[in-house]
Design a protein around this ligand. Structure first.
Ligand SMILES: *Cc1c(COP(=O)(O)O)cnc(C)c1O
Length: 397
């Protein structure tokens, strides 16, 4: 639809007038769709065989009207031709990669992608004869080869919020005819428009900002209809479809996405500035700060720097745990992107074994603070009381 993002987030993809003249898109809670007669089935199957528009539904694993509305809204918002909704971000990622890649193909994964995506690329794809190279964002050109089918990257990354030069990665992939896929979960379509920079496929964990209320799991894939068609067919086989109720929650969540993301951008920036000035803080990772290594790329590519701030304390690991335990507003737990703030020492979720944690590349003492939509003044006051009295000088060894 036409109009600016805020208008499209509210109205995009939805019928102006729904069943019973309802304003909202209904939740179509049906696992199956019935036929009037045998003749109707014959006509339906023939249309399907000819690849013609079906104009109706058949069985829940192949789609439902609520999912269709959500997919239309997602495509509209990211400026893509089509979108597919999945039961989780990981279902979107695994279904997409295992459909596009075959034995003998090569995949380039830019380091710093979501830990489970890395696990899929490292432990599962090679079992099916797919070769995977992990590289840094500025090494894609050297990593790509004639057999490279796809380049997968993430912007911004978790938890260090690195912002790769999207245009350079796209150019390197295009030189070898490889498809580019970006997991833009942390950016959302409000802060980053990957398709406008030439990226082929955009992935979101809709569990995070798109849903926005910590009450659902879903994933989204946006891109050209031709690329999505085989992935849609594979989704019907692998079965990672979003339930109608979850599809509705994503649709509803997106209506307030621009408002929430703008608030979260602003709040995270305030927290980052507060942290950077605080003597108990060793280092702050936020792409909106001039001290961030990718500040220039982020300023060029993104219209907002996101709602996640990561930081390390002078007092190290113990100070980090103390700080998290003293925070009164954020919950302690995994995930991000909802209306509730969440803070955590991310490394502690990985393993009880310090060696395994170190291998993840995430410092034990690193705190990831994902802001919600609470009052920013309350969040700053809460953070200041949690940091008060923490060491401002390193203990000598
Ligand atoms: C959470 C997350 C995923 C996985 O999404 P789920 O919905 O939890 O399956 C993938 N990528 C990023 C960047 C994420 O934050």
């Amino acid at each position: 639809m036409s109009g600016r993002l805020d208008t499209r987030a509210v109205h995009g993809g939805e019928e102006r007038r729904g069943p019973f003249d309802g304003l909202t898109t209904p939740i179509a809670m049906s696992s199956t769709y019935t036929f009037e007669s045998t003749e109707e089935i014959r006509a339906f199957v023939e249309r399907k065989a000819r690849g013609e528009p079906l104009g109706r539904y058949e069985y829940g694993r192949y789609g439902n009207p609520t999912q269709t509305a959500t997919e239309r809204k997602l495509a509209d918002l990211d400026g893509g031709e089509r979108a597919l909704l999945f039961s989780s971000g990981m279902a979107a990622i695994t279904t997409t990669l295992s459909t596009l890649l075959s034995a003998g193909d090569h995949l380039v994964v830019v380091g710093g992608v979501y830990r489970r995506t890395r696990g899929f690329a490292r432990e599962h794809l090679p079992r099916w004869g797919i070769e995977v190279t992990f590289c840094a964002a500025d090494e894609v050109d050297e990593a790509v080869r004639p057999s490279t089918k796809a380049v997968f990257f993430e912007v911004p990354t978790n938890p260090y919020l690195r912002v790769a030069d999207v245009e350079a990665i796209v150019a390197a992939a295009k030189r070898h005819g490889a498809c580019t896929m970006v997991d833009a979960t942390f950016a959302t379509p409000i802060n980053l428009r990957p398709i406008e920079f030439g990226v082929d496929l955009v992935i979101h964990s809709a569990t995070k900002y798109l849903g926005g209320h910590n009450d659902l799991l879903a994933g989204a894939l946006i891109g050209p209809a031709e690329l999505l068609k085989p992935i849609e067919d594979a989704r019907g086989i692998f079965g990672g479809v979003a339930a109608p109720f979850d599809a509705y929650l994503v649709l509803r969540g997106i209506k307030t996405l621009p408002l929430r993301v703008r608030q979260q951008n602003e709040s995270a920036a305030r927290l980052a500035e507060t942290l950077e000035r605080h003597p108990a803080v060793e280092r702050v990772h936020y792409p909106g700060l001039t001290s961030h290594p990718d500040h220039a790329a982020a300023s060029r590519l993104m219209s907002g720097f996101g709602g996640v701030v990561s930081f390390e304390l002078v007092g190290g690991n113990d100070a980090a745990s103390a700080c998290i335990d003293r925070l009164k507003i954020p919950y302690i737990g995994p995930t991000l992107g909802g209306v509730e703030s969440i803070a955590q020492q991310q490394a502690l979720f990985i393993s009880p074994d310090p060696t395994e944690r170190a291998a993840s590349g995430i410092a034990d003492g690193l705190i990831r603070y994902a802001v919600g939509i609470e009052s920013i003044d309350d969040l700053v006051e809460d953070l200041e009381q949690a940091l008060a009295g923490l060491p401002t000088e390193r203990k000598s060894a």
